[in-house]
Write a protein that binds this ligand. Structure first.
Ligand code: HEM
Length: 140
């Protein structure tokens, strides 16, 4: 990611953070609407806990975008855990779409073309690392 992209992601995330629980609610609603089968993976889960875990994970990633090498291992481990949750690889595109939708909704007028492009770039990095761990675990 470029310096400008990192700045755009960090500055826009700072606007979402105070409303992160509502934002994560939008995320899961969108995710389950896009693919009801993904919803069944969360059956019986405490969604309040899930919203908090996802917001914390995103916050940790966003705050470390300047040190991508420090993010690789934790993201690969996260991906490896997902291989044990019944997740299918095509679910990652759905999650990406739900995340971008959430940010667009949450940021409203602050969702500019360059902010959108910067988040796509962050998502590419996240997805790439998570999928490395996911595939390794699946092959194991
Ligand atoms: C790169 C994108 C993703 C991120 C950042 C992410 C983040 C997280 C986090 C932080 C947790 C909490 C548990 C843990 O840390 O292992 C979690 C749990 C979970 N995620 Fe994801 N996730 C991603 C992609 C996906 C996808 C694609 C699916 C399904 C299609 C999914 C389904 C689940 C489920 C079902 C759980 C609950 C697991 C359990 O408690 O049994 N996630 N996710």
């Amino acid at each position: 990611m470029t310096e400008d992209e990192i700045a755009a992601v960090q500055e826009s995330w700072a606007l979402v953070l105070p409303i992160s629980d509502a934002a994560m609610q939008i995320f899961y609603d969108r995710l389950f609407a896009l693919d009801p089968d993904i919803g069944t993976l969360f059956a019986g889960k405490d969604m309040g806990v899930q919203r908090q875990q996802l917001a914390r994970a995103l916050d940790a990633v966003v705050s470390q975008l300047h040190q991508p090498q420090a993010l690789s291992l934790p993201l690969q481990r996260l991906g490896a855990r997902h291989a044990t949750y019944g997740v299918r690889e095509d679910g990652f595109s759905t999650v990406g779409a739900a995340l971008l939708f959430t940010l667009e909704q949450g940021l409203a007028d602050s969702w500019t073309g360059s902010v959108a492009q910067s988040w796509r770039s962050a998502w590419d990095m996240i997805r790439t690392q998570v999928l490395i761990g996911f595939r390794e675990q699946q092959a194991a």
